[in-house]
Design a protein around this ligand. Sequence first.
Ligand SMILES: NC(=O)c1ccc[n+]([C@@H]2O[C@H](COP(=O)([O-])OP(=O)(O)OC[C@H]3O[C@@H](n4cnc5c(N)ncnc54)[C@H](OP(=O)(O)O)[C@@H]3O)[C@@H](O)[C@H]2O)c1
Length: 224
Amino acid sequence: MDEPFVYANLAVTLDGKIASFDREDFPLGSKADRLEMDRLRAKADAVIWGGETLRTARHPARVREESLVSERVERGLPPHPANALITKSGDFPETLPWFSAEEIERLIFTAPEGASRLGAAREAGAEIVVLDKAESLAGQVLAYLGERGMKNVLIEGGGSLVWEFARHIDEFHVTLTPWLAGGASAPTLMDGPGFRSGEFLGLTLEEVRREGDELFLRYKAKRE
Ligand SMILES: NC(=O)c1ccc[n+]([C@@H]2O[C@H](COP(=O)([O-])OP(=O)(O)OC[C@H]3O[C@@H](n4cnc5c(N)ncnc54)[C@H](OP(=O)(O)O)[C@@H]3O)[C@@H](O)[C@H]2O)c1
C-alpha cells in the first residue's frame, strides 16, 4: 500500500509564528486565505490536527464554500474530509463539538492512556486507534489512512504536529501574513526539537502568488 500524498497548509506571521504565545484563537489570514484553506481541504481525504489545535478550534475542519462541497459530492466524496486528531493525553472536555460532529468521519490516534479518556468521543462515533509507541507516529498514521483508501492527506498543524510529520510532507502551502507576533514560546510553522545545521529539510519554491498584503507560497520537499 502506497503512503498517501501529504501536504501541509498553515498561515504564518512575518516572524514565522502560527499563533500568539498564549495560543488563543486569532485569524491570521484574510478572506483570501480562508478560501485557499477551503480549496486545500476540498482536495483532502483527511485533515490532521494536533491536540492543541483542536483545544483552540473546538469544532471540526469543514469545507465551508458550498460550491466546493458540491464538487466533492459530485466526485463521489463525502461533503467534508475525515478529521484525524493526534493526541497522547486524550484530555478534552466531553462536550467538545468535534466529538459530536457525526456528519464527519472522525478518527483519533492516541496512546493507551489517551484511549481510556476518550469514552465520550467513542460513544459519539469517533474511531479510536491506539498507537504503538515503539513505532513512528507519522508512519503508523499514514499507513492506517492509506489502508483506508485515503490518497490525499492534509496536515493543518500546529507546529508540534508538523515536526512529527516533517519527513513525510510532500508539499508545504504557506500563507505569509502581514503580522508580527513575537514571543519566544509562541508556536511556529514547525517546532519540536529541531534539526541540526546541515541536516535541515530542503525545499523547492514552486509557486508564489500575491493577494493584497499576503503571499501564498507553495514549496515541494526535496527528497534525497
Ligand atoms: N496559523 C495556522 O495556520 C495554525 C494552524 C494550526 C494551528 N494553529 C495554532 O497553533 C497552536 C497549536 O500548535 P501547537 O504546536 O502548540 O500544538 P499542536 O501541534 O496542535 O498539538 C500538539 C499536541 O499534539 C499531540 N501530539 C503531538 N505529538 C504527538 C505524538 N508523538 N504522539 C501523540 N500525540 C502527539 C499532543 O496532544 P495532547 O496534548 O492532546 O496529548 C500535543 O500536545 C494553536 O494556537 C492553534 O490555533 C495555527
